[in-house]
Design a protein around this ligand. Structure first.
Ligand code: SF4
Ligand code: SF4
Length: 305
């Protein structure tokens, strides 16, 4: 009797296994989605930085989106122009010219320019300090704890003398620093030239209040907006219309505007040109600016009011 029961159970198991095998085999054939070889080819071209600058989780996601959803071919700033052209080749689409976007830090205050700084012993990150009142007088400017620096996979942004500073030779424009800054004072700007004009302040208060917390902040006088149509005033701060900015024709106009700014908050920033380098060829760079390992973590920040 026991043997019959065992045989019956084994037979049932065998029939179930055969049925499951048949169903799985059928499903494998019927539901198989053929992988598009273009995804693999594009993935081989993308730099593999998985930095998220393209707004996808990683390079593989972007490669899929390019092939399946027609995502824009210019989203990989790390790969740059050559990567864009190769993607266009694989997808058989036209290459459209696009400006490289690079980060601009909208604050120009170094340690000695910031008033009202107090000893802060909380979490040594910008996101931690951002939620605490009184860390420094200016509630808009760079906190200098280096969240942006830690977010950069390319060693291209460092806190130097209390201010986040981009190394445009190394920056790939991935935008990680922009996303990391809890004060939202980094924005990606179309660099139509190696150097672009930027507003290096983000304090929206009126002039007197700005002067109380910062030596160099924008006082919102509006001289720039009165001088050039490229500028408009928004909540006491100038905004540059980069769409309208034409690098071929704007140079003279911008020089005029920069000259009108009493606080010198409109700066031309980016890669130094040959002319810039020649201009400082005789100068000795201060030793604290040429060390390649910046020790600027919160614990080592010198707090001065
Ligand atoms: S500084 Fe670094 S994180 Fe910021 S855009 Fe450049 S490469 Fe990316
Ligand atoms: S994330 Fe960078 S730019 Fe933003 S407040 Fe911190 S150090 Fe300054």
């Amino acid at each position: 009797m026991a043997i019959i029961m065992i045989l019956l159970a084994a037979g049932t198991m065998l029939i179930l296994a055969l049925a499951a095998g048949f169903v799985l085999g059928w499903a494998n054939k019927a539901l198989h989605v053929k992988a598009d070889p273009r995804v693999e080819s594009i993935l081989a071209i993308l730099p593999g930085a998985n930095c998220g600058g393209c707004e996808f989780i990683g390079c593989a996601d972007y490669a899929e989106a390019l092939v399946k959803d027609g995502a824009a071919i210019n989203k990989c700033s790390v790969g740059g122009e050559s990567c864009k052209k190769m993607i266009a080749n694989i997808l058989g689409v036209d290459v459209t010219e696009s400006w490289p976007y690079r980060p601009v830090v909208h604050c120009g205050a170094h340690t000695g320019d910031k008033f009202g700084r107090h000893l802060y012993q909380g979490e040594g990150t910008c996101s931690g300090a951002n939620g605490v009142a009184g860390v420094q007088g200016c509630t808009y400017g760079c906190l200098a704890f280096g969240d942006c620096e830690r977010s950069c996979n390319f060693d291209a942004i460092h806190v130097i003398d209390g201010l986040a500073t981009v190394d445009y030779h190394k920056c790939t424009g991935c935008g990680a620093c922009e996303r990391a800054c809890p004060r939202h004072i980094i924005s990606m700007v179309p660099f139509k030239r190696e150097k672009m004009l930027a507003v290096t302040c983000c304090n929206h208060d009126f002039g007197k209040a700005v002067k109380a917390v910062c030596k160099v902040g924008c006082i919102g006088c509006g001289a720039c907006a009165r001088t050039s149509a490229l500028f408009s005033m928004e909540k006491n701060l100038p905004r540059i219309d980069y769409e309208k900015y034409d690098p071929e024709t704007a140079a003279q106009e911008l020089e005029l505007v920069m000259g009108k700014c009493p606080m010198k908050r409109l700066l031309s920033i980016g890669k130094p040109t040959e002319q810039d380098l020649a201009g400082v060829a005789d100068e000795k760079t201060p030793p604290d600016l040429i060390v390649d390992k910046f020790e600027t973590t919160a614990d080592k920040t010198e707090w001065r009011g």
